[in-house]
Design a protein around this ligand. Structure first.
Ligand code: GDP
Ligand code: IMO
Ligand code: MG
Length: 427
């Protein structure tokens, strides 16, 4: 029994897609287990760039099964468009399997996302507007939830009609601008039955499938979406996503027991980024941040928003590595820092005059954080063509070693460019 997990340890976009694509070679199945089309995972090889949202990043290796498990919230229209897009680019998309337990994003979820983005703390969450939060809310609320398996039951049209009636009233009362959204139940039913028809060959009980696969000695690769600091329970609440996006969410989302997890690769950027609202202690809202944004092309894969950029936060990464049970780290986008003469790392927080390495549980305390930095010399050399640890400049190696030491987890992979081949194994 063996499962490897790939989990982002920051606020998402750590380049999980690249590592999942690489590790797929050593596995039989790749499983997306939480989140939805809020994710944007990039894979680059042979001069081609692919952006994935719901489809697991293992899709480029034909002998591997790609599974979207029950913890995912699935927008059938997005999913089918993604399949069509990949097929048009010559990717077969065979071996794709969807859980009948996955919850379905319905048209009302988009409206609710738009109307509930504002928090009572005054700052917007800045969601991706993909209906993620409202769909998970209905899942937990149960009464108005629709799972993929429900699309194939006789009761489906009647349930949509009932939910539409209730949602029409709710949406009307929520819209302070007096806008009126009328959900057209007949159109929704027709659209979703159409999607259901196309999806049918892929839909099955993936919990049973994965448990059988584990019993047969198959190797599973679990692909996290978002990052641990966006975890609904353990992240920077309320500026988080609506699923357990840290390592603790793997088992519930996929439907596998905890004891099968052998390896958990924590993915970090060599710096930190965040899209959307919420506190970000090491943010550099200045020329350093702009330099990182330019060098790293830090604009959202899904929403194209400029990502907020800052120095590596070892307090946050140590917290999420411990929470997630990281057995190793992959330090990504190291090349982005190559032109800087000096690089900073946050090693401690100061809150109300008290120094700590403890990541605060309340967002108000996180807002008060004064980051304590150490400064390391840069290497000011192009490293994108380097392929071995020994080739890297000593200052780059020292920087990577420092990250591993501060986080408390060994760094095993360093990435020096977006392409598959721009990857270095750390001895
Ligand atoms: P994910 O959501 O965690 O899969 O990450 P994204 O795909 O949203 O963002 C990572 C971005 O960095 C993508 O555009 C990747 O192609 C790119 N990338 C990945 N690794 C590297 C690297 O080592 N160097 C550089 N410069 N870009 C990288
Ligand atoms: P990947 O998998 C970065 C952020 C949004 C927002 C918050 C809530 O590509 O790393 P949501 O739409 O989920 O309700 O938005 O979470 N967010 C991400 N940020 N990468 C992602 O995914 C994200 N998915 C959601 O920007 O702040
Ligand atoms: Mg992304």
């Amino acid at each position: 029994m063996a499962a490897t997990c790939v989990v982002g340890l920051q606020w998402g976009d750590e380049a999980k897609g690249k590592i999942v694509d690489l590790l797929t070679e050593q596995n039989d199945m790749v499983v997306r287990y939480q989140g939805g089309a809020n994710a944007g995972h990039t894979v680059v090889f042979d001069g081609k760039k692919f952006k994935l949202s719901l489809i697991p990043s293992g899709i480029f290796r034909e002998n591997v099964q790609c599974i979207v498990a029950g913890g995912v919230v699935l927008n059938p229209q997005n999913f089918l468009a993604e399949v069509d897009g990949l097929v048009a680019q010559g990717i077969a998309c065979k071996n794709l399997i969807l859980s009948d337990r996955a919850h379905v994003i319905m048209p009302w979820h988009f409206e609710e996302d738009r109307l509930m983005n504002r928090t009572t703390t005054g700052e917007d969450i800045g969601t991706t507007m993909r209906g993620i939060g409202p769909c998970y809310r209905d899942k937990v609320g149960r009464s108005w939830a629709i799972r993929l398996g429900d699309l194939y039951r006789e009761s489906f049209p009647d349930r949509v009609r009932q939910i539409c009636q209730a949602k029409n009233r709710i949406l009307f009362s929520m819209d302070a601008e007096g806008g009126e959204t009328r959900l057209d139940a007949d159109k929704i039913i027709a659209d979703y039955l159409g999607y259901a028809e196309r999806l049918k060959p892929m839909v099955m009980d993936t919990t049973a499938l994965l448990l059988d696969a584990l019993a047969d000695g198959k190797k599973l690769l679990l692909e996290g979406a978002q990052g641990a600091l966006l975890d609904i329970d353990h992240g920077t609440f309320p500026y988080v996503t609506s699923s357990n996006s840290s390592g603790v969410g793997v088992c519930a989302g996929a439907g596998i027991p905890a004891r099968v997890i052998e390896r958990l690769v924590g993915i970090v950027k060599a710096y930190t980024t965040r899209v959307g609202g919420g506190p970000f202690p090491t943010e550099q809202d200045n020329e350093v941040g702009q330099h990182i944004r330019d060098e790293g092309n830090e604009y959202g894969t899904v929403t194209k928003r400029p990502r907020r950029c800052g120095w590596f936060d070892a307090v946050a990464a140590r917290y999420t590595a411990r929470l997630s049970g990281a057995t190793e780290l992959a330090v990504m986008l190291l090349d982005v820092l190559s032109k800087l003469p000096e690089i900073q790392i946050c090693t401690e927080y100061e809150i109300d005059g008290v120094r700590t390495r403890h990541f605060p549980s309340h967002v108000d305390d996180l807002r008060k954080v004064k980051p304590i930095f150490i400064t390391l010399p840069g290497w000011q050399q192009d490293i994108t063509g380097m392929r071995t640890w020994e080739e890297l400049p000593e200052n780059a190696r020292a920087y990577v070693r420092k990250i591993g030491e501060l986080v408390g987890v060994p760094v095993k992979i360093v990435s020096v460019g977006p392409d598959r081949v721009q990857t270095i194994a750390v001895p």
